[in-house]
Design a protein around this ligand. Sequence first.
Ligand SMILES: [Zn+2]
Length: 258
Amino acid sequence: MSRERSYHADAIILRRADFGEADRILTVFTPERGKLRLMAKGVRKTTSRKAGHIELFMLTNMLVARGQTWDIISQAEVVQTYRDLREDLEKTSQAYYLAELIDSFTEEHDVNAPLFELLAFTLAHLSHLADASLLLRYFELRLLSLTGFQPQLHFCLVCNQPLAPVENYFHFGDGGMLCPEHGKNRPNTKIIPLPTLKVLRFLQTQSWEKVATLQLNSQTYWQIESLLLGYITFLLEHRLKSVDFIYRLRKEKNDKSS
Ligand SMILES: [Zn+2]
């Protein structure tokens, strides 16, 4: 099968790094090709016409030419600028966080169109929301579901019984809830009061329109934020280690067979 010489892609720019004298390498996320690393030639020159179309967090339609080492962006036309995401410092930090999560939970070329939709949707809302804290938690739970790490919030992962309406426990390693009998005194767990569990279930299953109407007391909110951040941090450390391990094994295997 012959490979196409170039392709069109809608792409959200996650990350960029200077390269050579005037070029940049962009990490972008696309619905049909997953995460890609692309070369943007000459974009640090003041005369570059592409530069204004490939800023961080923009949604841009690109024409990409296949190359030997790098695929090269030959044309770029911005679709959504999300200017607030670069001009408001708090929004910028939140957009960086979203981009970093997408970058960390995906591998190059792994296609995940629903995850692209989630990112585009979240950036659009982030750009005009005064308080984005619930939006970020909603994003985290959806991202976990779409990347295979959906936390189990209804049954105890040890005894499989439905959780009673009491204080239960979240276990990071197992990725979900434990009943008091199986969660108490276990390391790597967090106590989850009933109101917090109910909000987590709501965030996991309801539309953003419904989630946006939630009024949380600050204690419940902080419990949710610290639980999700703790779980994500746990997963990423764990995952990076596991990826390193896979690569090491693969390398050893290749070294032996060569
Ligand atoms: Zn149990």
